[in-house]
Every structure is written in C-alpha cells, then in structure tokens.
Design a protein around this ligand. Structure first.
Ligand code: SF4
Length: 335
C-alpha cells in the first residue's frame, strides 16, 4: 500500500494505571520526562523523505491515569504526533463516564489523525461477559465523544493480555474466543524489558509453550508471521531512543545494546547506520547459534534481532514456534 519503509514509534510518557492485571510487568514508579524532543522532531522531519511514519503509540500504561508527569495534552507530544498517520492510546478506560467523555473530547480536539485504543485485559477474564460488555460500552462512549470513528483503516481497538508466567490455567481456545466473542484478535504483550534485558528470560521460558499450545492457523502468532522487513519500531523514553527487537510483538528493551545514537547526533544517516549495525551484529551472532545458523528463518529472526536477544541471555535453543512460521501468510487473514 505504501512505497516507503514504515517507522512506528512507541512513546513512553505514562507511568500510571487504574488496573492491576495478572502478570503485569510494568513499573509504576518511574516518572517520565520530555527531553530532546527538539532533536526527535528534527529526526522525524528528516525521516519523512525516505520513510512512511505510520503509528505513534502513547503508553506504556494508562495515559488517562491521573498521576502522570507528562500528559497527552502536552504541546510537545501533540507536535510529535503530527508527523504520524495514526495514533494509538494505551488506556484501561476505567473511570467515570464523564471523565472518559472529557478525555475523548480532548483527544479529538488535539489530534487530527486516525485514533486507536490499546486496552489491557486479564487473560483469565476471557469468559467474563459482564466485563466484556462494560469495556465495549466504554469504547463506544469514547468513540462518541471523540467525534469521529476509531480505527478506520485497521482495528479500532487492541486488547492486550500479558504473557502468563505459567500458562497452564489459561483457556486453550483463548485466541479463538477473542475473535468470536470479543470481536477482535487478542494480542499478547511479551516483554518486560523495560526492567532490563535479564527480565526477558522468564518470557522466553514460557512463550514457546504458551503460543504452541494455543495458536491455530486462524488465530496465529501475529507478530512473528509478519514478513521480514516490515518496518522499523523505535522506542522513545526520557530523551533516549531505542531500536525494538521483535518476537510475537515488538519488545521494549532498555538496554544499551539497543540504544541508538550513543554519543552521536540524531540524524537519519546515523539512524540507518545504527540499525544496519544492529542487524549485521544479529546476523553474525545467528551464525554462532547452533540452531539458527542453518535455519530457514534465519534472516527473518536476524532482522528482528532475535539472535541478539538469545546471545544476551545465553539461550541455546530456538524460541520460535516454527510450525506457525511455516504457515506464513495466515497473519493477513486474522489481523
Ligand atoms: S526460528 Fe529459531 S532457530 Fe531459526 S533463526 Fe529463529 S530463533 Fe534461530
């Protein structure tokens, strides 16, 4: 659809949330600050010539929670958002109707692009009809006060569950149920890398078994089934910019290994060269990994920096559900 390579950005500005979901890994005590937004805006301007600026995601927690140090009404955030085609807002949508209506009106006033919502869910609530009805009522309320339809080109809402530390008690048909009963595909947030790369070890301990036992051809492993070279995912947090590796979803990893522009000017040339270096390093590491070196998915995993993650964590086995990767293409049916 677009000729240019896509860049999506996750802008970490929030550290509060009204919910406490099972298996949540977010740290609620780290205040956000805005710095280097001037550099960031200049970089985005440069990128517009060669890239398509797709989605800006405001998160990672509930951006409507009341205890934020940076808010979505900050003029700097509004300026940054102007470069992107769509805007996704992380929110629990819990709260009084009057507050939700007010937030929707503010968003509608300040942001002109397509809006989508990302809403956390407890995986164990898949059969909770009361909550499902409640949250859809809130989504409809938000949309009404936004003054225009949510998500016209893609999904209007993403329901995101946390990867369970133990998946044994999670409904084996959960992905099917979300499509059938909730009306959307379920996404699984896999990373707690904001606490450092070591925190991803538990995720890799559980992820393969969890996905392998629950995914079908229809309800697949959405992120990993994407074509290689789908685009670039960046994370901006407290004035630093990171390249995001990709497993089932893009993963925020606050580790120096993924930080861009170490000691360098923020420019599109430096961005491309930094990312190229990360990918070359990942490919080189894949050659040392016993399974990766001869694997048919080597280039895909390398470009998504999976070998770099495995090397950092000293994981020697493959972490991908390969059978599902072989069914590539089903992503387009289910998304
Ligand atoms: S699918 Fe597994 S073995 Fe193949 S490159 Fe990826 S991580 Fe390595």
């Amino acid at each position: 659809m677009f000729d240019k390579f896509e860049i999506d950005v996750l802008l970490d500005i929030s550290a509060g949330c009204q919910r406490r979901c099972d298996d949540c890994v977010v740290s609620f005590d780290s205040p956000m600050s805005l710095s280097r937004t001037k550099d960031f805006k200049r970089l985005l301007e440069q990128c517009m010539d060669d890239f398509f600026l797709g989605n800006l995601w405001l998160g990672p927690t509930d951006i409507f929670a009341s205890n934020q140090t940076v808010t979505y009404t900050d003029p700097e955030i509004i300026q940054v958002a102007k470069y992107f085609k769509t805007l996704t807002l992380s929110t629990s949508l819990l709260g009084r109707d009057a507050d939700i209506a007010r937030h929707a009106e503010e968003v509608g006033k300040h942001y002109t692009q397509e809006i989508k919502l990302a809403i956390p869910v407890n995986l164990r609530e898949v059969d909770n009809v009361k909550y499902r009805t409640y949250i859809w009522d809130k989504i409809n309320l938000f949309e009404k006060h936004l003054g225009r339809p949510l998500g016209t080109t893609t999904r209007k809402v993403y329901f995101i569950g946390n990867l369970p530390t133990s998946g044994d008690d999670i409904d084996p048909t959960i992905f099917d149920k979300f499509i059938k009963d909730w009306g959307v595909q379920l996404d699984i947030g896999v990373g707690n890398g904001r606490q450092g790369i070591e925190a991803l070890r538990t995720m890799f301990d559980n992820a393969l078994e969890f996905f392998d036992n629950r995914l079908t051809e229809v309800n697949n492993f959405p992120g990993a089934l994407l074509e290689e070279g789908r685009g670039i995912d960046l994370l901006y947090r407290n004035g630093d910019l990171y390249f995001m590796p990709f497993y089932n979803e893009r993963i925020a990893v606050l580790d120096d290994r993924f930080k861009l522009f170490k000691q360098q000017i923020w420019s599109v040339d430096n961005l491309i060269s930094n990312i190229n270096n990360l990918m070359v390093e990942s490919m080189t590491l894949s050659q040392k990994h016993p399974e990766c070196s001869a694997c048919e998915f080597n280039s895909r995993c390398s470009l998504f920096l999976v070998p770099t993650l495995l090397d950092s964590l000293n994981i020697k086995h493959c972490v991908q559900p390969k059978e599902l990767l072989r069914k590539n293409g089903t992503y387009h049916k289910a998304h």
